[in-house]
Ligand binder design. Structure first.
Ligand SMILES: Cc1cc2nc3c(=O)[nH]c(=O)nc-3n(C[C@H](O)[C@H](O)[C@H](O)COP(=O)(O)OP(=O)(O)OC[C@H]3O[C@@H](n4cnc5c(N)ncnc54)[C@H](O)[C@@H]3O)c2cc1C
Length: 625
C-alpha cells in the first residue's frame, strides 16, 4: 500500500465499513479497507438479529442498491420471521436471527474475493488533511497511506470505554482495543465530537436453561429472504424462547440500583431510549410487575443465548442474581457478562446529505460514529458514503435519496438536518410516506439506481423490471376479468366470510375486499398460482391500498416541489436580516441544500421559509442579470 494512492480508504470493517468498501470497489475504484482486527470483521456485538420493524425495510433497500447486508443475513439465518403480520403492509418487516460466526465468515469471504478491494489490518491514528482536503491516513505504526477520499466507519471505538459496575476500561468493545488517536485527530481537524453510550445484555449457556418453563418462539415456515435475487428456501431453524421478569427479578434490580453505572455516574452520555436497560426500566416504570425477556440463540455451534430485555452493566454477580430470579433461568450460567460502552460520535449536522463532512472535502463518515445505533442503520450509511466517495472520485453527481424514496433517505435527512441527542434508530413512524416505502417494493423503488451505479447486474435488474410489468399488467387483467355469479363462486366467497355476488364482479373488486387475499383468486385465474409469492403479495398490496397509495403519491409531489428548490451555496445566513436570529444560527450550522430541508431544521419557522424563498428568488434574478 506504500506509495500507492487509493481512490477510497475505509476505516473500519463493521456493518458500515463493509458496505462502504464494497460499493466503491464494485464501482471500479481502488479501495482499501482498514480494520483494527481482521478476525472481527462484520462482528455483531449486540443482538444476533438483523431487521425488524423499520430496520427490515432498510435492509431491503440496501439490498436493492446492491449492498451485502441482506444476502449475508439470509445466508447466516437461523430463524426467519415476518413481524407485524396482522398489521398493515407499511409496518410489516422481516427479522432474521443470524448465526454470528457464519455472518462474519461470509462477509469476510465476500470482501476478500472482491476485485479492487484491499483488506488490511491496521489502526488509523490520524487523518492527513491539507487545506481542508483529505489526502489519506496515517496508521499507528507510522505508515502513511494516500487516498483521494476517506470514509470513517469506526463504530463505538472512538475513545471507547467499557463499563461493568464500577470498573471502567478503555476498549472499543469487550476485548478490543479502543481508537483514541483518531478521535483526537478528528478534533484537531476541526470536527465537533460528542459522547454517547450503549449497552448489551449478558449471554447465558443454553444447557443451563429450564426450557420447559419458557414459551417457544418458532420462526415462520415459508421461504423468506431479505435479498431480492437470492433465496435459500425454507431453512432449518432454531427456536427462540420467551419468559418474563417478575417482582422477584425487579426486587434484585431495585435493591442494587445504587451499584448501577447509570446511578453512580460511571456511565455518561446519552444511551438509546428505545432500548432501555433493565435498570432503566425499573427506575422509569416502578409500577410494572413484569417485562418480557426473549432468549435468542447466537448460532448453530455455540451455547450462547442472548437475553433481549435484560441489558445491564451492573456488576457481574448482580447480573447473575437478576438472571437467576427470572422464571426458567433459575440455574442459568453467564457465559459473557453484559456491559456498557461509551464512545465519541461526530455531530451529524456537520455532514452533507452525501455523508461527506462539510468541513473537509473528501472525508465521509458512516455508521455508529454518526450518532446512530444498529447494524442496519450502519449498513445503509455505509453504502451511501461508499457510493458518494466513488462518485466524487469519478467527478460525478452525488447520490442523495430523499424522504419519499427510501427509509435510507429519511435516516440521513434526519441525521444531517435535525442532528441527534441520543443514539438514533429507525422507526416506521419517522417516515411520512411509509405506505410507499414498503419492504415489498424496495427493489422497484431503488434497483434502477443500483443498476445505474453498476452495483446491480443487468440480469437482476431485468427481473425487477419484469416484476414491475407483471404487477401493472395484472392490475389491468384483474380489472377486465370477472368472477361469474355462480353457485361455485358464491360458496367460495361464503367460505371466506365474504358476501355473495348476484352479477359478474371484476376480480380486482373482489381483491379489494379485506377478507380476500390474492391466493383466494387462484380458483378464478389458476395461472397466478405459479407466480412468485413476493410478486403476488406486491400486487395484492398495490390493489388493496390503491387509494391510500395514490394519496401518498400526491403528497410526495408536493413535498418534491420544495426539495427541488435548491438553496445556492453562496448564501450567508448571518447577513439575512429578514430571518429570525434562531433561524440564522440554525441554517448557518446545517446549511440545507433545499428549501424542503431548510423547513425541517429545528428553529426555522414557516415565516423564515417565506423570507428565504424571496431571498433565493432575488439572488437568482441577480445572478441571471
Ligand atoms: C456494547 C454494545 C451495545 C450495543 N447495543 C446496541 C443496541 O442496543 N441496539 C443496536 O441497534 N445496536 C447496538 N449496538 C451497536 C451495533 O453493534 C452497532 O450499531 C453497529 O455494529 C455499528 O456498526 P458500525 O459499522 O458503525 O461500527 P462497528 O460495527 O462498531 O465497527 C467499527 C469498526 O471500526 C474499526 N475501527 C475503529 N477504529 C479504527 C481505527 N482507528 N482504525 C481502523 N479501524 C478502526 C473496528 O475495528 C471495527 O471493525 C451495540 C454495540 C455495542 C458494542
Amino acid at each position: 500500500v506504500q506509495g500507492k494512492e487509493f481512490d477510497v480508504i475505509v476505516i473500519g470493517a463493521g456493518h458500515a465499513g463493509c458496505e462502504a468498501a464494497l460499493a466503491p470497489a464494485r464501482m471500479g475504484c481502488e479501495t482499501l479497507l482498514l480494520t483494527i482486527n481482521l478476525d472481527k470483521i462484520a462482528l455483531m456485538p449486540c443482538n444476533p438479529a438483523v431487521g425488524g420493524i423499520g430496520k427490515g425495510q432498510i435492509v431491503r433497500e440496501v439490498d436493492a442498491l446492491g449492498g451485502e447486508i441482506g444476502r449475508n443475513s439470509d445466508y447466516a439465518a437461523i430463524q426467519l420471521k415476518v413481524l407485524n403480520r396482522r398489521k398493515g403492509p407499511a409496518v410489516q418487516a422481516l427479522r432474521i436471527q443470524a448465526d454470528k460466526k457464519l455472518y462474519e465468515d461470509r462477509m469476510k469471504s465476500v470482501l476478500f474475493s472482491q476485485d479492487r478491494l484491499t483488506v488490511m489490518q491496521g489502526t488509523v491514528a490520524s487523518l492527513m488533511v491539507n487545506n481542508n482536503n483529505i489526502e489519506g491516513v496515517i496508521l499507528n505504526s507510522g505508515l502513511e497511506i494516500r487516498g483521494k477520499t476517506v470514509v470513517i466507519a469506526a463504530g463505538t471505538f472512538l475513545r471507547g470505554e467499557i463499563v461493568i459496575g464500577d470498573i471502567i476500561r478503555p476498549a472499543g468493545r469487550m476485548g478490543e482495543l479502543p481508537s483514541n488517536e483518531l478521535s483526537l485527530s478528528m478534533i484537531d481537524s476541526g470536527l465537533r465530537l460528542g459522547r454517547f453510550q450503549s449497552a448489551t445484555p449478558p449471554r447465558i449457556d443454553f444447557r443451563s436453561i429450564d426450557i420447559d418453563k419458557l414459551i417457544p418462539q418458532p420462526g415462520d415456515d415459508e421461504p423468506l429472504s431479505f435479498s431480492h435475487d437470492l433465496n435459500y428456501g425454507v431453512k432449518q431453524q432454531k427456536p427462540c424462547y420467551l419468559t418474563y421478569t417478575n417482582v422477584k427479578t425487579h426486587e434484585v434490580v431495585q435493591n442494587n440500583l445504587y451499584l448501577s453505572p447509570i446511578k453512580t455516574g460511571a456511565v455518561t452520555g446519552h444511551g438509546p431510549r428505545n432500548c432501555p436497560s433493565i435498570d432503566r426500566k425499573i427506575i422509569n416504570f416502578p409500577e410494572k410487575e413484569s417485562h418480557p425477556v426473549f432468549i435468542e440463540p447466537e448460532g448453530w455451534n455455540t451455547n450462547e443465548m442472548y437475553l433481549q430485555g435484560l441489558t445491564t452493566s451492573l456488576p457481574v454477580e448482580i447480573q447473575e442474581k437478576i438472571i437467576n430470579n427470572t422464571p426458567g433461568l433459575e440455574n442459568a450460567r453467564i457465559m459473557r457478562p453484559g456491559y456498557a460502552v461509551m464512545y465519541d460520535f461526530i455531530y451529524p449536522d456537520q455532514l452533507k446529505p452525501t455523508l461527506e463532512t462539510k468541513l473537509i472535502s473528501g472525508l465521509f463518515t458512516a455508521g455508529q460514529i454518526n450518532g446512530t445505533s444498529g447494524y442496519e442503520e450502519a449498513a445503509a450509511q455505509g453504502i451511501i458514503a461508499g457510493i458518494n466517495a466513488a462518485l466524487k472520485v469519478k467527478e460525478k453527481e452525488p447520490l442523495i435519496l430523499d424522504r419519499s424514496q427510501a427509509y435510507i433517505g429519511v435516516l440521513i435527512d434526519d441525521l444531517v438536518t435535525k442532528g441527534v441527542d441520543e443514539p438514533y434508530r429507525m422507526f416506521t413512524s419517522r417516515a411520512e410516506y411509509r405506505l410507499v416505502l414498503r419492504s415489498d417494493n424496495a427493489d422497484i423503488r431503488l434497483s434502477h439506481i443500483g443498476h445505474e451505479l453498476g452495483l446491480i447486474s443487468e440480469d437482476r435488474y431485468s427481473k425487477v423490471k419484469k416484476k414491475e410489468k407483471f404487477v401493472k399488467d395484472m392490475v389491468e387483467r384483474l380489472s377486465r376479468e370477472n368472477a361469474r355469479a355462480s353457485d361455485d363462486t358464491n360458496s367460495h366467497l361464503e367460505n371466506l366470510g365474504s358476501s355473495e355476488i348476484k352479477e359478474p364482479v371484476s376480480l380486482i373488486e373482489l381483491l379489494r375486499r379485506p377478507e380476500i387475499s390474492i391466493e383466494n383468486l387462484f380458483i378464478f385465474m389458476p395461472e397466478l398460482a405459479n407466480k412468485p409469492i413476493n410478486d403476488l403479495k406486491h400486487l395484492e398490496i398495490e390493489v388493496k391500498y390503491e387509494g391510500y397509495i395514490k394519496r401518498q403519491l400526491s403528497q410526495i409531489n408536493q413535498y418534491r416541489k420544495l426539495e427541488e428548490k435548491l438553496i445556492p451555496d453562496e448564501i450567508v445566513y448571518t447577513e439575512l436580516d429578514g430571518l429570525s436570529f434562531q433561524a440564522r444560527e440554525a441554517l448557518s450550522r446545517v446549511r440545507p441544500i433545499s428549501i424542503g430541508q431548510a423547513s425541517r431544521v429545528s428553529g426555522v419557522t414557516p415565516a423564515d421559509i417565506s423570507v428565504l424563498l424571496i431571498i433565493i428568488e432575488q439572488y437568482r434574478r441577480k445572478i441571471s442579470r
